[in-house]
Design a protein around this ligand. Sequence first.
Ligand SMILES: Nc1ncnc2c1ncn2[C@@H]1O[C@H](COP(=O)(O)OP(=O)(O)OP(=O)(O)O)[C@@H](O)[C@H]1O
Ligand SMILES: CC(C)(CO)[C@@H](O)C(=O)NCCC(=O)O
Length: 348
Amino acid sequence: MAGDGVEVAKLEEKELKLCEDQVSHLALDIGGDQGDEAPAGDKHIVKATGGGAFKFSDLFKEKLGIILDKVDEMSSLVAGANFLLKAVHHEAFTYMDGVKDYVQIDHKDLYPYLLVNVGSGVSMIKVDGDNEFERVSGTSVGGGTFWGLGKLLTKCKSFDELLELSHQGNNRVIDMLVGDIYGGTGYSKIGLTSTTIASSFGKAVSQNKELEDYRTEDVARSLLRMISNNIGQIAYLNALRFGLKRIFFGGFFIRGHEYTMDTISVAVHFWSNGEAKALFLHHEGFLGALGAFMSYEKQGCTDIAHQFMEEHSSVAKSPFCTSDRLESSTHTDVKDNGCIECRVQVRN
Ligand SMILES: Nc1ncnc2c1ncn2[C@@H]1O[C@H](COP(=O)(O)OP(=O)(O)OP(=O)(O)O)[C@@H](O)[C@H]1O
Ligand SMILES: CC(C)(CO)[C@@H](O)C(=O)NCCC(=O)O
Protein backbone atom coordinates (compact mmCIF):
# COMPACT_ATOMS: atom_id res chain seq x y z
CA MET A 1 0.00 0.00 0.00
CA ALA A 2 1.48 3.28 -1.06
CA GLY A 3 0.65 6.56 0.60
CA ASP A 4 -0.90 8.10 -2.47
CA GLY A 5 -2.29 5.13 -4.33
CA VAL A 6 -4.10 1.85 -4.26
CA GLU A 7 -2.47 -1.48 -5.02
CA VAL A 8 -4.65 -4.04 -6.67
CA ALA A 9 -3.80 -7.63 -5.84
CA LYS A 10 -5.65 -10.91 -6.35
CA LEU A 11 -6.54 -12.78 -3.21
CA GLU A 12 -8.31 -16.05 -2.72
CA GLU A 13 -11.20 -16.01 -0.27
CA LYS A 14 -9.22 -17.77 2.45
CA GLU A 15 -6.38 -15.30 2.01
CA LEU A 16 -8.74 -12.37 2.33
CA LYS A 17 -9.94 -13.68 5.67
CA LEU A 18 -6.37 -14.25 6.86
CA CYS A 19 -5.19 -10.79 5.99
CA GLU A 20 -8.03 -8.70 7.38
CA ASP A 21 -5.57 -6.90 9.60
CA GLN A 22 -3.20 -6.05 6.82
CA VAL A 23 -6.08 -4.99 4.60
CA SER A 24 -7.30 -2.64 7.29
CA HIS A 25 -4.19 -0.53 6.58
CA LEU A 26 -5.79 0.07 3.20
CA ALA A 27 -8.61 1.90 4.89
CA LEU A 28 -6.18 3.92 6.95
CA ASP A 29 -4.12 4.84 3.94
CA ILE A 30 -7.12 5.82 1.85
CA GLY A 31 -9.05 7.67 4.44
CA GLY A 32 -7.07 8.16 7.60
CA ASP A 33 -7.89 6.51 10.90
CA GLN A 34 -11.66 6.28 11.02
CA GLY A 35 -11.75 3.47 13.52
CA ASP A 36 -13.90 0.37 13.13
CA GLU A 37 -17.13 2.23 13.60
CA ALA A 38 -16.75 5.16 11.26
CA PRO A 39 -19.89 7.23 10.85
CA ALA A 40 -21.72 6.41 7.61
CA GLY A 41 -21.10 9.84 6.12
CA ASP A 42 -17.33 9.43 6.42
CA LYS A 43 -17.15 6.04 4.79
CA HIS A 44 -15.29 5.64 1.54
CA ILE A 45 -16.80 4.13 -1.53
CA VAL A 46 -14.91 1.71 -3.72
CA LYS A 47 -16.09 0.09 -6.94
CA ALA A 48 -16.20 -3.67 -6.72
CA THR A 49 -17.55 -6.42 -8.93
CA GLY A 50 -18.18 -10.17 -8.93
CA GLY A 51 -19.56 -12.33 -6.14
CA GLY A 52 -17.00 -10.96 -3.72
CA ALA A 53 -18.55 -7.51 -3.92
CA PHE A 54 -21.70 -9.01 -2.37
CA LYS A 55 -20.11 -11.59 -0.15
CA PHE A 56 -17.54 -9.29 1.45
CA SER A 57 -19.66 -6.19 1.54
CA ASP A 58 -20.24 -6.42 5.29
CA LEU A 59 -16.63 -7.28 6.02
CA PHE A 60 -15.37 -4.22 4.15
CA LYS A 61 -17.97 -2.02 5.78
CA GLU A 62 -17.45 -3.21 9.32
CA LYS A 63 -13.72 -3.82 9.39
CA LEU A 64 -12.51 -1.23 6.95
CA GLY A 65 -15.19 1.43 6.83
CA ILE A 66 -15.35 1.01 3.08
CA ILE A 67 -18.61 0.79 1.16
CA LEU A 68 -18.36 -1.49 -1.84
CA ASP A 69 -20.25 0.07 -4.72
CA LYS A 70 -21.29 -3.03 -6.67
CA VAL A 71 -20.86 -3.05 -10.41
CA ASP A 72 -22.51 -5.84 -12.39
CA GLU A 73 -20.03 -8.65 -13.05
CA MET A 74 -20.87 -9.30 -16.71
CA SER A 75 -20.96 -5.57 -17.58
CA SER A 76 -17.58 -5.16 -15.92
CA LEU A 77 -16.03 -8.05 -17.81
CA VAL A 78 -17.33 -6.70 -21.10
CA ALA A 79 -16.29 -3.12 -20.36
CA GLY A 80 -12.82 -4.30 -19.33
CA ALA A 81 -12.39 -6.44 -22.46
CA ASN A 82 -13.69 -3.73 -24.79
CA PHE A 83 -11.42 -1.18 -23.20
CA LEU A 84 -8.31 -3.34 -23.47
CA LEU A 85 -9.05 -4.41 -27.03
CA LYS A 86 -9.39 -0.80 -28.08
CA ALA A 87 -6.75 0.87 -25.95
CA VAL A 88 -3.88 -1.57 -25.83
CA HIS A 89 -1.97 -2.17 -29.00
CA HIS A 90 -0.58 -5.58 -28.07
CA GLU A 91 -3.52 -7.02 -26.16
CA ALA A 92 -4.89 -9.96 -28.15
CA PHE A 93 -2.80 -12.81 -29.42
CA THR A 94 -3.06 -16.34 -30.75
CA TYR A 95 -1.00 -19.11 -29.26
CA MET A 96 -0.20 -22.22 -31.25
CA ASP A 97 2.73 -24.63 -31.09
CA GLY A 98 4.60 -22.35 -28.73
CA VAL A 99 4.25 -19.31 -30.98
CA LYS A 100 2.55 -16.17 -29.71
CA ASP A 101 1.22 -13.93 -32.49
CA TYR A 102 -0.23 -10.55 -31.62
CA VAL A 103 -3.35 -9.71 -33.59
CA GLN A 104 -4.21 -6.14 -34.50
CA ILE A 105 -7.88 -5.52 -33.96
CA ASP A 106 -9.62 -3.00 -36.18
CA HIS A 107 -11.80 -1.02 -33.78
CA LYS A 108 -14.52 -0.74 -36.39
CA ASP A 109 -14.56 -4.49 -36.84
CA LEU A 110 -14.40 -5.59 -33.21
CA TYR A 111 -18.03 -6.65 -32.74
CA PRO A 112 -19.57 -9.13 -32.45
CA TYR A 113 -17.29 -11.46 -30.54
CA LEU A 114 -17.48 -14.16 -27.90
CA LEU A 115 -15.85 -13.42 -24.57
CA VAL A 116 -15.04 -16.50 -22.55
CA ASN A 117 -14.13 -15.69 -18.98
CA VAL A 118 -12.52 -18.60 -17.20
CA GLY A 119 -12.51 -17.94 -13.48
CA SER A 120 -13.72 -20.50 -10.96
CA GLY A 121 -16.60 -21.14 -13.35
CA VAL A 122 -16.83 -20.14 -16.99
CA SER A 123 -19.05 -17.46 -18.52
CA MET A 124 -19.52 -17.09 -22.26
CA ILE A 125 -20.72 -13.69 -23.35
CA LYS A 126 -21.71 -12.56 -26.81
CA VAL A 127 -20.53 -8.98 -27.11
CA ASP A 128 -22.26 -6.81 -29.71
CA GLY A 129 -21.13 -3.33 -28.76
CA ASP A 130 -19.88 -1.04 -26.05
CA ASN A 131 -22.57 -1.91 -23.59
CA GLU A 132 -24.43 -4.49 -25.62
CA PHE A 133 -23.98 -8.05 -24.59
CA GLU A 134 -25.70 -11.26 -23.60
CA ARG A 135 -24.37 -14.10 -21.48
CA VAL A 136 -25.18 -16.96 -23.81
CA SER A 137 -23.64 -19.88 -21.99
CA GLY A 138 -21.38 -21.05 -19.24
CA THR A 139 -19.96 -24.13 -17.62
CA SER A 140 -19.23 -25.08 -14.06
CA VAL A 141 -16.19 -27.03 -15.24
CA GLY A 142 -13.64 -24.24 -15.02
CA GLY A 143 -10.61 -22.98 -13.14
CA GLY A 144 -12.09 -23.95 -9.77
CA THR A 145 -12.53 -27.50 -11.05
CA PHE A 146 -8.90 -27.69 -12.12
CA TRP A 147 -7.65 -26.27 -8.87
CA GLY A 148 -10.11 -28.21 -6.66
CA LEU A 149 -9.73 -31.61 -8.29
CA GLY A 150 -6.01 -31.03 -8.76
CA LYS A 151 -5.60 -30.31 -5.08
CA LEU A 152 -7.41 -33.48 -4.09
CA LEU A 153 -5.62 -35.69 -6.60
CA THR A 154 -2.08 -34.37 -6.22
CA LYS A 155 -2.09 -32.89 -2.69
CA CYS A 156 -0.63 -29.71 -4.16
CA LYS A 157 -0.56 -26.74 -1.84
CA SER A 158 -0.75 -23.99 -4.42
CA PHE A 159 -2.18 -23.35 -7.84
CA ASP A 160 1.25 -22.51 -9.17
CA GLU A 161 2.60 -25.82 -7.92
CA LEU A 162 -0.23 -27.63 -9.71
CA LEU A 163 0.51 -25.73 -12.93
CA GLU A 164 4.19 -26.54 -12.61
CA LEU A 165 3.38 -30.23 -12.13
CA SER A 166 1.18 -30.20 -15.22
CA HIS A 167 4.06 -28.71 -17.13
CA GLN A 168 6.26 -31.71 -16.28
CA GLY A 169 3.64 -34.38 -16.92
CA ASN A 170 2.60 -36.66 -19.76
CA ASN A 171 -1.15 -37.03 -20.23
CA ARG A 172 -0.80 -40.17 -22.36
CA VAL A 173 -0.09 -42.16 -19.23
CA ILE A 174 -3.68 -41.74 -17.99
CA ASP A 175 -5.72 -40.51 -20.95
CA MET A 176 -7.05 -43.12 -23.33
CA LEU A 177 -6.07 -42.13 -26.85
CA VAL A 178 -7.75 -43.10 -30.08
CA GLY A 179 -4.62 -45.15 -30.83
CA ASP A 180 -5.08 -47.09 -27.57
CA ILE A 181 -8.52 -48.11 -28.75
CA TYR A 182 -7.65 -48.67 -32.42
CA GLY A 183 -4.49 -50.72 -31.91
CA GLY A 184 -2.03 -47.88 -32.53
CA THR A 185 -3.68 -46.36 -35.59
CA GLY A 186 -6.06 -43.42 -35.87
CA TYR A 187 -9.65 -43.37 -37.11
CA SER A 188 -8.94 -41.12 -40.04
CA LYS A 189 -12.33 -41.67 -41.67
CA ILE A 190 -13.89 -39.48 -38.99
CA GLY A 191 -10.88 -37.20 -38.58
CA LEU A 192 -9.38 -38.69 -35.45
CA THR A 193 -5.61 -39.18 -35.28
CA SER A 194 -4.08 -41.88 -33.10
CA THR A 195 -2.97 -39.24 -30.56
CA THR A 196 -6.38 -37.63 -30.12
CA ILE A 197 -7.72 -38.14 -26.60
CA ALA A 198 -10.60 -40.58 -26.85
CA SER A 199 -11.35 -40.57 -23.13
CA SER A 200 -9.80 -38.29 -20.53
CA PHE A 201 -8.48 -40.39 -17.61
CA GLY A 202 -9.83 -43.44 -19.50
CA LYS A 203 -6.69 -45.54 -19.08
CA ALA A 204 -7.13 -45.55 -15.33
CA VAL A 205 -10.13 -47.85 -15.76
CA SER A 206 -8.17 -50.85 -16.95
CA GLN A 207 -4.73 -50.26 -15.50
CA ASN A 208 -5.43 -51.71 -12.09
CA LYS A 209 -3.45 -48.94 -10.41
CA GLU A 210 -4.14 -46.82 -7.36
CA LEU A 211 -3.88 -43.03 -7.44
CA GLU A 212 -0.50 -43.26 -5.67
CA ASP A 213 0.85 -45.37 -8.54
CA TYR A 214 0.52 -42.42 -10.93
CA ARG A 215 2.95 -39.55 -11.04
CA THR A 216 1.27 -36.40 -9.81
CA GLU A 217 2.74 -34.63 -12.86
CA ASP A 218 0.81 -36.92 -15.21
CA VAL A 219 -2.42 -36.53 -13.25
CA ALA A 220 -2.09 -32.74 -13.32
CA ARG A 221 -1.39 -32.77 -17.04
CA SER A 222 -4.44 -34.92 -17.87
CA LEU A 223 -6.62 -32.74 -15.71
CA LEU A 224 -5.44 -29.53 -17.32
CA ARG A 225 -5.96 -30.98 -20.77
CA MET A 226 -9.42 -32.28 -19.94
CA ILE A 227 -10.63 -28.95 -18.60
CA SER A 228 -8.98 -26.72 -21.19
CA ASN A 229 -10.19 -28.96 -24.00
CA ASN A 230 -13.72 -28.88 -22.71
CA ILE A 231 -13.72 -25.09 -22.38
CA GLY A 232 -12.33 -24.72 -25.90
CA GLN A 233 -14.96 -27.03 -27.30
CA ILE A 234 -17.95 -25.40 -25.58
CA ALA A 235 -16.64 -21.97 -26.56
CA TYR A 236 -16.34 -22.93 -30.18
CA LEU A 237 -19.83 -24.47 -30.23
CA ASN A 238 -21.23 -21.22 -28.86
CA ALA A 239 -19.33 -19.16 -31.41
CA LEU A 240 -20.79 -21.41 -34.07
CA ARG A 241 -24.26 -21.06 -32.59
CA PHE A 242 -24.16 -17.29 -33.06
CA GLY A 243 -21.88 -17.11 -36.09
CA LEU A 244 -19.11 -15.32 -34.18
CA LYS A 245 -15.73 -15.29 -35.82
CA ARG A 246 -13.64 -14.26 -32.84
CA ILE A 247 -13.39 -15.92 -29.46
CA PHE A 248 -11.43 -14.08 -26.77
CA PHE A 249 -10.43 -16.02 -23.69
CA GLY A 250 -9.88 -14.22 -20.40
CA GLY A 251 -10.02 -14.97 -16.69
CA PHE A 252 -7.45 -15.75 -14.06
CA PHE A 253 -7.35 -19.46 -14.88
CA ILE A 254 -5.33 -18.85 -18.03
CA ARG A 255 -2.53 -16.89 -16.41
CA GLY A 256 -0.56 -16.83 -19.65
CA HIS A 257 0.18 -20.50 -19.11
CA GLU A 258 1.45 -21.94 -22.37
CA TYR A 259 0.04 -25.40 -22.05
CA THR A 260 -3.41 -24.11 -21.08
CA MET A 261 -3.48 -21.75 -24.06
CA ASP A 262 -2.10 -24.39 -26.38
CA THR A 263 -4.79 -26.89 -25.35
CA ILE A 264 -7.60 -24.34 -25.75
CA SER A 265 -6.20 -23.34 -29.15
CA VAL A 266 -5.97 -26.94 -30.29
CA ALA A 267 -9.54 -27.60 -29.16
CA VAL A 268 -10.88 -24.58 -31.07
CA HIS A 269 -8.80 -25.52 -34.10
CA PHE A 270 -9.92 -29.15 -33.96
CA TRP A 271 -13.63 -28.50 -33.56
CA SER A 272 -13.71 -25.74 -36.15
CA ASN A 273 -11.68 -27.75 -38.65
CA GLY A 274 -9.13 -24.98 -38.55
CA GLU A 275 -11.62 -22.20 -39.31
CA ALA A 276 -11.67 -20.49 -35.93
CA LYS A 277 -8.83 -19.32 -33.72
CA ALA A 278 -8.69 -18.82 -29.99
CA LEU A 279 -7.51 -15.35 -29.01
CA PHE A 280 -6.03 -14.62 -25.62
CA LEU A 281 -5.82 -11.36 -23.74
CA HIS A 282 -2.59 -10.10 -22.28
CA HIS A 283 -4.35 -8.70 -19.20
CA GLU A 284 -6.71 -11.62 -18.96
CA GLY A 285 -7.18 -11.78 -15.19
CA PHE A 286 -8.23 -8.18 -14.66
CA LEU A 287 -11.15 -7.62 -17.02
CA GLY A 288 -13.73 -7.31 -14.26
CA ALA A 289 -11.65 -5.03 -12.05
CA LEU A 290 -10.82 -2.79 -14.97
CA GLY A 291 -14.45 -2.70 -16.13
CA ALA A 292 -15.63 -1.77 -12.65
CA PHE A 293 -13.09 1.01 -12.62
CA MET A 294 -14.29 2.22 -16.00
CA SER A 295 -17.79 2.57 -14.58
CA TYR A 296 -16.70 5.74 -12.79
CA GLU A 297 -16.88 7.31 -16.19
CA LYS A 298 -20.33 5.93 -16.97
CA GLN A 299 -21.57 7.53 -13.78
CA GLY A 300 -20.30 10.87 -14.90
CA CYS A 301 -17.39 10.74 -12.45
CA THR A 302 -14.98 11.34 -15.26
CA ASP A 303 -12.22 12.71 -13.08
CA ILE A 304 -10.84 9.43 -11.80
CA ALA A 305 -11.07 7.51 -15.07
CA HIS A 306 -9.69 10.43 -17.04
CA GLN A 307 -6.90 10.98 -14.62
CA PHE A 308 -5.92 7.37 -14.97
CA MET A 309 -5.93 7.70 -18.72
CA GLU A 310 -4.00 10.94 -18.59
CA GLU A 311 -1.33 9.23 -16.58
CA HIS A 312 -1.18 6.23 -18.86
CA SER A 313 -2.11 7.42 -22.28
CA SER A 314 -0.41 9.57 -24.87
CA VAL A 315 -3.78 10.96 -26.01
CA ALA A 316 -5.04 12.46 -22.80
CA LYS A 317 -8.71 13.11 -23.44
CA SER A 318 -9.90 9.84 -24.89
CA PRO A 319 -10.03 6.77 -22.70
CA PHE A 320 -10.40 4.65 -25.81
CA CYS A 321 -7.35 5.72 -27.68
CA THR A 322 -4.67 3.38 -28.94
CA SER A 323 -1.82 3.80 -26.58
CA ASP A 324 1.49 2.05 -26.45
CA ARG A 325 2.28 3.93 -23.28
CA LEU A 326 -0.59 2.37 -21.43
CA GLU A 327 0.63 -1.01 -22.51
CA SER A 328 4.22 -0.46 -21.55
CA SER A 329 3.14 0.94 -18.23
CA THR A 330 1.07 -2.10 -17.34
CA HIS A 331 3.83 -4.35 -18.65
CA THR A 332 6.34 -3.02 -16.22
CA ASP A 333 3.88 -3.47 -13.41
CA VAL A 334 3.28 -7.15 -14.00
CA LYS A 335 4.86 -8.93 -11.08
CA ASP A 336 6.42 -12.39 -10.93
CA ASN A 337 3.28 -13.86 -9.43
CA GLY A 338 1.23 -12.69 -12.39
CA CYS A 339 -0.38 -9.80 -10.54
CA ILE A 340 -0.56 -6.35 -12.04
CA GLU A 341 0.19 -3.55 -9.69
CA CYS A 342 -2.03 -0.64 -10.51
CA ARG A 343 -1.60 2.69 -8.83
CA VAL A 344 -4.47 5.10 -9.03
CA GLN A 345 -4.33 8.50 -7.49
CA VAL A 346 -7.39 9.01 -5.34
CA ARG A 347 -8.58 12.59 -5.25
CA ASN A 348 -10.41 13.96 -2.27
N1 LIG B 1 -2.43 -18.10 -7.63
C1 LIG B 1 -3.63 -18.63 -7.82
N2 LIG B 1 -4.34 -19.10 -6.77
C2 LIG B 1 -5.57 -19.62 -6.94
N3 LIG B 1 -6.16 -19.76 -8.14
C3 LIG B 1 -5.51 -19.32 -9.21
C4 LIG B 1 -4.23 -18.71 -9.11
N4 LIG B 1 -3.84 -18.37 -10.35
C5 LIG B 1 -4.82 -18.70 -11.19
N5 LIG B 1 -5.83 -19.31 -10.52
C6 LIG B 1 -7.05 -19.83 -11.17
O1 LIG B 1 -7.97 -18.77 -11.18
C7 LIG B 1 -9.26 -19.27 -10.80
C8 LIG B 1 -10.07 -18.15 -10.21
O2 LIG B 1 -10.14 -17.15 -11.19
P1 LIG B 1 -10.86 -15.75 -10.95
O3 LIG B 1 -10.27 -15.12 -9.75
O4 LIG B 1 -10.84 -15.03 -12.25
O5 LIG B 1 -12.31 -16.28 -10.71
P2 LIG B 1 -13.42 -16.01 -9.63
O6 LIG B 1 -13.73 -14.58 -9.63
O7 LIG B 1 -13.10 -16.70 -8.33
O8 LIG B 1 -14.53 -16.93 -10.31
P3 LIG B 1 -15.83 -16.58 -11.13
O9 LIG B 1 -15.37 -15.81 -12.32
O10 LIG B 1 -16.34 -17.93 -11.45
O11 LIG B 1 -16.64 -15.80 -10.18
C9 LIG B 1 -8.93 -20.41 -9.87
O12 LIG B 1 -10.00 -21.33 -9.80
C10 LIG B 1 -7.70 -21.02 -10.50
O13 LIG B 1 -8.04 -21.94 -11.50
C1 LIG C 1 -21.48 -17.84 -11.33
C2 LIG C 1 -20.40 -17.04 -12.04
C3 LIG C 1 -21.02 -16.09 -13.06
C4 LIG C 1 -19.69 -16.19 -10.96
O1 LIG C 1 -18.63 -15.51 -11.51
C5 LIG C 1 -19.34 -17.96 -12.71
O2 LIG C 1 -18.74 -18.75 -11.75
C6 LIG C 1 -19.94 -18.85 -13.80
O3 LIG C 1 -20.18 -18.39 -14.88
N1 LIG C 1 -20.12 -20.16 -13.53
C7 LIG C 1 -20.67 -21.12 -14.49
C8 LIG C 1 -22.14 -21.29 -14.25
C9 LIG C 1 -22.82 -21.99 -15.42
O4 LIG C 1 -23.21 -21.31 -16.38
O5 LIG C 1 -22.92 -23.21 -15.40
